[in-house]
Design a protein around this ligand. Structure first.
Ligand code: GUN
Ligand code: FE
Length: 429
């Protein structure tokens, strides 16, 4: 596809560090061949030939990356929020995911997911499918059509799963290879990611096979880690040889960047000293999913600690553990739960600020995709234009104040006016 060049004129805001933002009222965000050429107070002469999209008084911020979301679970979002993880999986999640053996059902469900994700503030996402090859390819086809950039995983599960949603060890590895062959070269912006569901769902033999496939294809990995106390106890029993839950992935080469490919682990609520060291050493991403961790009563991840250690951290909606796709809601939830953790658990870890959660939603998760998540020069041009005129106040607000309240009030009068991924405008119709 041809790369586009243009200028967005508006009230620009983006992070210059995890804690700081730069704002330029009435500024110019310049996109050249899909890449940001920088943000300016006055439009430099050298860009004067580019078309200018006048966003008038609207806000312009970087696009957001949802680095942990389950596409098939979108069908039951907002339902069954009364159980903890392991019961929730057996009662609600596995029965729903079993339906994706039926391509007709999968098509209808994934049409809705892809449509809603396209119209959301998310520009990039790291997505779980189900174990079904056909449905996962269908999901990838539909996500490719949205214009968003995504990693999508065919899930692997060969134990502790219902008869309707389980593979044999050999069958799971074979299906993964078949899927990889099927999607090879098929997409411009939709990429495969290896997806062992979590240790309780995957035997050591399957993990070893996935480690080999990862090395062979240089694939990234996504999974779940240390989300819930019963899950952690279970894993200790299933893998008595492992030194911590994270080791049960690392042992098979499924963390970090052994072959230059990335890994993202959702949650990390109960990661101990050794596991945190392992995640930090391997550059593994933590997908912080505050709404899911609250709804499934899992706990509160110590994100301040991970940030202090310079670890890779981003945000995930974890639908349907979280009820909705809103990254703004996700940011607000991250601030809220960090305050509860500070008050109730550990006053040594200061709450997150809204600036920090903007960084997590944009640059933190964006770096999983490369140079993504900022409007600074050299980043892929992912941008959101926000109309906050429906969020009424008699006050005169500065640009940052307008972004800050949009985080909390997006669903209360906020409107996503435009969205760009790598310089391409995404249809919001
Ligand atoms: N652990 C294993 N599978 C899942 C899932 O679907 N959602 C969440 N939140 N945790 C999991
Ligand atoms: Fe999840």
């Amino acid at each position: 596809m041809e790369k586009s060049s243009f200028v967005l004129k508006g009230n620009v805001c983006y992070n210059t560090s995890p804690t700081e933002v730069r704002t330029v009222a009435g500024g110019y965000a310049v996109c050249v061949d899909g890449t940001s050429a920088g943000v300016f107070e006055e439009l430099p002469e050298r860009f004067s030939g580019l078309p200018v999209v006048d966003c008038v008084d609207q806000l312009v911020i970087p696009g957001m990356s949802d680095i942990h979301v389950h596409a098939p679970q979108y069908a039951f979002r907002g339902l069954g929020m009364d159980l903890e993880l392991l019961e929730w999986l057996n009662t609600h999640t596995f029965p729903e995911e079993s339906h994706y053996a039926d391509l007709d059902y999968a098509g209808r469900a994934y049409d809705i997911f892809a449509d809603d994700l396209r119209r959301s503030p998310t520009t990039r996402a790291v997505v779980f499918g189900t174990l079904h090859v056909g449905a996962t390819e269908l999901l990838m086809d539909k996500l490719e059509d949205t214009g968003l950039v995504t990693y999508v995983g065919k899930v692997n599960m060969d134990r502790n799963s219902p008869d309707t949603l389980v593979e044999t060890t050999v069958g799971s590895a074979e299906a993964t290879r078949r899927w990889l062959a099927g999607v090879d070269g098929r997409y411009e912006r939709t990429m495969p990611i290896l997806t062992p569901r979590f240790t309780p769902s995957c035997t050591d033999e399957l993990m070893a096979e996935l480690g080999k496939i990862r090395e062979e294809f240089g694939l990234p990995v996504q999974s779940h880690l240390s989300e819930n106390l019963s899950e952690c106890d279970w894993v200790a029993g299933l893998c008595p040889w492992s030194s911590c839950y994270g080791d049960a992935y690392d042992h098979f080469g499924l963390l970090g960047e052994p072959s230059g490919s990335k890994a993202v682990m959702a949650h990390c609520v109960y990661s101990g000293e050794e596991e945190v060291g392992l995640l930090a050493r391997t550059g593994t991403y933590v997908a912080h999913c505050p709404q899911s961790n609250a709804q499934l009563a899992s706990g509160i991840a110590p994100i301040r600690r991970y940030l202090d250690l310079g670890m890779n951290v981003g945000l995930g909606t974890d639908v349907a553990g979280g009820a909705n796709l809103s990254m703004f809601r996700c940011m607000a939830d991250a601030v809220t739960v960090s305050k509860l953790r500070w008050r109730l658990v550990d006053q040594g870890l200061a709450p997150l600020t809204t600036q920090e959660t903007l960084w997590l939603a944009t640059m933190g998760g964006g770096s999983f995709f490369g140079k993504v998540g900022s409007l600074a020069e050299g980043y892929e041009f992912d941008a959101l234009v926000l109309d906050d005129s429906g969020i009424r106040t008699p006050r005169d607000l500065g640009v940052w104040e307008r972004v800050e309240r949009y985080v909390y009030l997006a669903e209360e009068g906020g409107r996503l006016a435009r969205k760009y991924v790598s310089g391409h405008e995404v249809s919001l119709a």
